[in-house]
Write a protein that binds this ligand. Structure first.
Ligand code: GCO
Ligand code: MG
Length: 397
């Protein structure tokens, strides 16, 4: 079996997605997700200029060797663009291998360790009534675990709360005030617990905005509300930052959605500074790399909580669901759904019921693409927002 064609498909059904398609001389096709939010075309160019031409004529069954060649052979290692590109190829090759075997991907990863994959959804509101409505809406959709994000008094534009109009083609600038945030958030969790009871698993994402000292204070103040996890409390590239948080709190910690390799986790895992790894199957080198990460994490009783917002395409999500069904140390899967137009392009195969995902039983990842529909949704340049403090200083994500 040989690879005869490999291409990058870029589209924008409600938001931008980059997909890799690898074709073999035996007519088996594999799909991979190469989406890197706000930097989409850099991965598309990395793939089409530098990676995909080297695959033609190669053996699609040699997944590990292809991974090593793309990682070690390029000289330039790591980084989100490189690792998103490697992930896309890796996913497409696993898709092909599983189709050739006639099995859903999870069967090649050891088979099912559970019946279904528990997810968490996103609730957010500018104030408590709006937040409660949002929690109820997620519960009505079936979610049994919910991430809570809230507006902050005095801040007009807070990430994931109020949609702000931006100059087309330019990033939105949002507001941040750490002191106001630290004052407000514990009361939000107290109110949510009082309203929804003690059993609902609650999560919270700090988006890397605090110092270790501020994070430790927040973690202590949230302890009475029994969070499932506190996510990304400090800037992720500083692994030692979580030592201080750990010394002061037993709150479960999750981090890693911006990591690209296992080396970003080395201190965090071996010193047991975290409880959940957050990397997506995409951006981290694919199923091959995340499976190894999870096996490493398992030695330290650390579980998965893979990144799964709408900027992971349904192709990447399908891979995460197969992996989540298979690995023993599964924790939870983020799943926030997709813009309605995405369903015209991607037929993901997996199903979502009662807050749980189940992979397709079709051979491979189980995802199919409608390329005609794709043409109706072209790419449009878009950015993530960023933050400034009230005096104009640029702040951490
Ligand atoms: C999450 C993430 C998202 C990111 C987004 C960036 O936990 O889902 O933090 O909210 O901001 O994925 O591309
Ligand atoms: Mg996050």
């Amino acid at each position: 079996m040989k690879i005869v064609d490999a291409s990058v498909l870029v589209c924008g059904p409600g938001r931008n997605y980059v997909t890799v398609r690898i074709e073999t001389d035996e007519g088996v096709t594999g799909l991979g997700d190469a989406t890197l939010n706000g930097r989409e075309l850099s991965v598309a160019a990395y793939l089409s200029e530098h990676v995909l031409p080297t695959l033609i004529g190669g053996d699609p069954q040699r997944i590990e060797d292809t991974w090593q060649q793309l990682y070690r052979g390029a000289y330039w290692r790591r980084g989100p663009v490189t690792m998103a590109a490697i992930a896309a190829v890796d996913l497409a090759l696993w898709d092909i291998k599983a189709k050739v075997a006639g099995l859903p991907l999870y069967q090649l990863l050891g088979g099912a360790s559970r019946d279904r994959v528990r997810t968490y959804g996103h609730a957010a509101g500018r104030d408590l009534p709006e937040l409660f409505d949002s929690v109820r809406a997620r519960q009505a959709e079936g979610y049994q675990a919910i991430r809570i994000q809230s507006g902050i008094p005095g801040l007009q534009r807070v990430y994931s709360i109020a949609q702000t109009e931006n100059t087309p083609g330019m990033p939105v600038v949002e507001d941040w005030d750490t002191a106001a945030y630290l004052r407000h958030i514990p009361g939000v969790f107290e109110a949510v617990r009082n309203e929804f009871g003690p059993e609902l698993p609650l999560l919270h994402d700090v988006h890397h905005r605090l110092t270790p000292q501020q994070s430790a204070r927040l973690a202590k103040s949230l302890e009475p509300y029994d969070l499932f996890w506190l996510e990304d409390c400090t800037p992720a590239e500083d692994q030692s930052a979580l030592r201080l948080v750990r010394q002061h709190s037993t709150i479960p910690l999750a981090i890693g959605e911006v990591f690209n390799t296992v080396f970003d986790y080395q201190t965090l895992i071996t010193e047991r500074l975290i409880d959940f790894v957050r990397s997506p199957v995409t951006h981290f080198g694919g199923v091959t790399a995340v499976k190894k990460l999870l096996d490493f994490a398992a030695l330290y009783q650390i579980r998965s909580g893979l990144h799964g917002p709408a900027d992971i395409s349904p192709v990447g999500m399908a891979a995460a669901v197969h992996l989540g069904l298979a690995v023993h140390n599964f924790g939870i899967q983020e799943y926030s759904g997709y813009p309605a137009q995405a369903a015209e392009v991607f037929h993901p195969g997996y199903t979502f019921t009662d807050g749980h995902l189940r992979p397709s039983e079709a051979p491979g990842l189980g995802v199919t693409l409608d390329e005609q529909a794709m043409a109706a949704h072209p790419y449009r340049r878009d950015y993530l927002p960023y933050n400034r403090l009230l005096d104009g200083t640029l702040h951490d994500w």
